[in-house]
Design a protein around this ligand. Structure first.
Ligand SMILES: [Mg+2]
Length: 224
């Protein structure tokens, strides 16, 4: 089970979309407002869905920003991740992407990595008649703990141990909640101190890697 933002790709797609949309004279003020909301969400002072919806409303993200990012997202694939995916595929692992990001942006990367679209779980945005993006369609991944819910459902239909790989606490939580048997913290693009610290707690079932080369070594040693 792979996370997407800062794991399979080097960027946070929603943050990048928002920053790109704020080109008007009011951009600086809106960016500060949005940064404040991001911080509140990260500190657990604001609901995940509410924080995304509020950020989208303040921003000037439009449907065409999503389309533009979908057309260039393959350029942001984490260097070396294709080798990891190849190794897992040769080992007959079933590959899934579980993300709080967006279907439209994940699809081109899934296609490049050979992950079937039916194995990709993410969100869809809502746009008004003028193309302004105003929020998210309802779904488990719009909610706190949604990744755990999705991975539990996948787990019910597949055999073998489940390994969750990702950079964020929402990824670690899948493991902590018991939906994944193993966790690999991925600090390829961003090292989250709380994830790094959490990986030390259950050392036999979790690990932290900073490069895809380290991840390949870990997979060779333990799983492939
Ligand atoms: Mg991530």
């Amino acid at each position: 089970m792979f996370d997407f933002d800062s794991t399979l790709v080097t960027i946070e797609t929603l943050d990048t979309l928002i920053k790109r949309s704020l080109t008007g004279p009011d951009g600086g003020r809106k960016r500060r407002l949005i940064d404040g909301i991001t911080l509140k969400a990260m500190n657990g002072e604001m609901d995940f869905n509410e924080s995304i919806t509020t950020r989208l409303r303040i921003s000037e993200v439009r449907a065409e920003h999503f389309a533009a990012m979908a057309s260039e997202i393959a350029e942001f694939i984490t260097p070396g991740i294709e080798d990891v995916v190849d190794l897992l595929r040769r080992s007959d692992a079933a590959l899934f992407i579980v993300s709080g990001g967006f279907d439209e942006i994940i699809a081109p990367v899934a296609d490049r990595l050979g992950v079937p679209l039916e194995n990709c779980f993410a969100n869809r945005y809502i746009a008004d008649a003028d193309g302004n993006v105003t929020g998210l369609c309802d779904g488990p991944l719009t909610r706190e703990g949604g990744k755990t819910e999705v991975v539990k459902a996948i787990r019910g239909k597949t055999d073998g141990p489940v390994v969750m790989l990702g950079d964020g606490m929402s990824d670690y939580r899948v493991f902590a909640d018991g939906a994944a048997d193993f966790f690999v913290g991925c600090g390829f693009s961003a090292v989250r101190p709380n994830v790094l610290a959490s990986c030390g707690v259950k050392r036999d079932r979790s690990a932290f890697v900073r490069t895809t080369v380290e991840l390949l070594e870990l997979l060779h040693a333990d799983w492939c």
